[in-house]
Design a protein around this ligand. Structure first.
Ligand SMILES: Cc1cc2nc3c(=O)[nH]c(=O)nc-3n(C[C@H](O)[C@H](O)[C@H](O)COP(=O)(O)OP(=O)(O)OC[C@H]3O[C@@H](n4cnc5c(N)ncnc54)[C@H](O)[C@@H]3O)c2cc1C
Length: 444
């Protein structure tokens, strides 16, 4: 076994030892059982996803119960606990009680992933995370932006989030690991932004129009972030907007007025077959551009895998994403190494809930002489809570992506996260079904 593999095993085992026990988190154990049930039965899973989608549009609890019954009616073999629920749904008088239980279940799930309705509500949770050694980035959930008014409103909410957090965070206690790396200070205020929400005009057939329109809203946000010494991270979405997003962000950050700040970041998706070339482009840009704070690159696998596959097949295009999970995982590790070797031109954030992917980043960084403090690990609220706690306990810099918004806006987000979590090839699913640590940490 190579030295790197040995270090990965050691790191992974130490982190696994630091995972909080589910005994102390009975609610998480309950959710895990519900997710397992959903993962095992494809029809049931599909019906539940459709159900979760309609709950926010329901007018009454009676309505919720009727929908649950209708969706479960489509499942051929309903588990016993759910057939009891279906019988209750037939009794008119009992329907509101069943509806209330179902609505409460959906709300409970949503609250696991969403930290508050507004940044003001979320501040309490973000501070509690910080005190436990966990930094955050706030994501403002929104529905699809179809008008200029909606794009203005989203930009306004991003600006408010920056301002609310900038008011609150100076009162937080010092946390050296979260506030400094070899390149200098790391902002306490960190907001993640979606370009598709900043313009209704982002279309693959006319990218320049969308870029110009989004720039009108992104430029003032970057200015405000610079004034408040905050970090702005641009999320990456589906492939049809990738070129526009990257071009827009790198062009704006090259402008002289943004040389002194703000600190900013982009996302690289390892499930794309051409992601290594994409990374070369970004690194060339980073090495050639004078900016006070290095660009942060958040490496992810990618959240739109099913979408990219279906889209390509429908058009008869070659699939832009890897189709074998191990190929994607291997590419993620190769990109991790390229990114870590490229410092200090960039700051590196490895975003994953996969213990192997995360342990690989930590191990490679150590073996190549890097300091733990020069690598950031990022997780999603609700999916990466245990890994987050383990990383913080071991003194690593961990940042949790915290969505803020109402239940209706959060539904699309919730469904995407549930799909990810219950997909058979997902690391979290493999871990939940009891796969041995040795296998979980094996090379892909
Ligand atoms: C902090 C944070 C921010 C994020 N921001 C973004 C973002 O801006 N844009 C974005 O797209 N995603 C983003 N993500 C989501 C991220 O892409 C998903 O969390 C990730 O896909 C799950 O990967 P994993 O390493 O946690 O789990 P794993 O279980 O190891 O990997 C699951 C992933 O592998 C890929 N995959 C699944 N099946 C296959 C297959 N058969 N062949 C090839 N590949 C497959 C998919 O990408 C799937 O999501 C973010 C995640 C985090 C933690």
């Amino acid at each position: 076994m190579s030295e790197l593999e040995r270090e990965i095993r050691r790191t992974g085992e130490q982190l696994a030892d630091s995972f909080p026990s589910t005994v102390r988190h009975p609610v998480r154990a309950l959710d895990a059982r519900a997710m397992d049930l959903a993962a095992r039965d494809r029809e049931l899973r599909a019906a539940l996803f459709r159900f979760v989608d309609v709950v926010p549009a329901c007018r009454s609890l009676d309505d919720v119960a009727r929908h649950l019954r209708d969706f479960l009616d489509e499942v051929p073999d309903v588990p016993p606990s759910l057939s009891a629920a279906m019988r209750i749904a037939d009794v008119r008088a009992a329907r509101p009680a069943l509806g209330a239980a179902a609505a409460a279940g959906v709300k409970h799930m949503a609250h696991r992933f969403i930290v508050g309705q507004t940044p003001g509500d979320a501040v309490r949770v973000l501070r509690a995370l910080w005190e436990r050694g966990v930094a955050s980035t706030v994501d403002l959930l929104g529905e699809a932006t179809v008008t200029a008014g909606e794009a203005d409103a989203y930009a306004g909410r991003c600006r408010e989030a920056l301002e609310d957090l900038a008011r609150e965070t100076p009162g937080w206690p010092a946390r050296d690991v979260l506030e400094r790396d070899a390149s200098g200070r790391l902002p306490r205020v960190n907001v993640s932004v979606k370009i598709s929400a900043l313009t209704p005009l982002l279309r693959p057939d006319a990218p320049a129009l969308g870029e110009r329109d989004a720039a009108e809203r992104l430029r003032p946000l970057l200015r405000r972030a610079r004034e408040l010494a905050a970090h702005v991270h641009i999320d990456m979405e589906s492939l049809d907007s990738r070129e526009a997003v990257l071009e827009l962000v790198l062009d704006l950050l090259s402008e002289a007025e943004f040389e002194p700040g703000p600190s900013a970041g982009i996302v690289l998706q390892a499930y794309l077959r051409d992601s290594a070339q994409q990374l070369d482009t970004v690194l060339d840009w980073a090495r050639a551009t004078r900016r006070h704070a290095p660009l942060q690159v958040r490496l992810v696998k990618g959240a739109y895998w099913d979408h990219e596959l279906v889209e390509a097949r429908q058009h008869g295009w070659p699939t832009p994403v890897f189709e074998i999970k191990a190929d994607c995982d291997r590419n993620f590790e190769a990109l991790t190494r390229t990114l870590l070797d490229a410092r200090p031109a960039v700051r590196v954030a490895v975003a994953s809930h996969n213990l192997r992917s995360v342990s690989h980043a930590i191990a490679y960084n150590r073996l190549s002489g890097g300091d733990d403090g020069d690598l950031e690990i990022q997780v999603l609220r609700g999916l990466g809570d245990e890994l987050q706690d383990a990383l913080a306990a071991r003194g690593f810099r961990v940042r949790t992506y915290c969505p803020v918004g109402d239940l209706v806006a959060g539904m699309a987000y919730l469904v995407r996260r549930l799909l990810e979590n219950t997909s058979n090839e997902s690391f979290l699913h493999e871990r939940a079904t009891g796969m041995a640590l040795e296998e979980l940490l094996a090379a892909p």
